[in-house]
Ligand binder design. Sequence first.
Ligand code: SF4
Ligand code: SF4
Length: 116
Amino acid sequence: MTHTVCEPCNDCKYTDCVAVCPVECFYQDDMLLYIDPVDCIDCEACVPECPVEAIYGEANLPSQFASYVQLNKDKAAALKLMDEFVDDKGDWRKLRETIQERWLRAPKATFYYSVR
Ligand code: SF4
Ligand code: SF4
């Protein structure tokens, strides 16, 4: 069970919902906000705070927003991962270094070819 941010959230940057969440499970990109279903404790505190009724519990989710459950899950996971890599100054240097480091450590593909 979790809560899900749906299409009406588009372009709202008031984030009234974020302010009341006791477990800080909201993530945001340019499009809308997302709830991390792993951390959400289903307290429902955010639901009445949203002025456009964009947040729904699983039992009340309108069918036209069904795809937003997976969208919240995927986006929250990706944004959470990025947060973990961004350094204290808020830039992306640490993320870039981590990707480079992992790429260098990863086993490279081996190509076999025959010499005639
Ligand atoms: S209050 Fe509602 S519309 Fe505004 S950011 Fe939160 S979910 Fe989106
Ligand atoms: S239901 Fe509660 S825990 Fe889940 S996102 Fe809303 S305020 Fe946060």
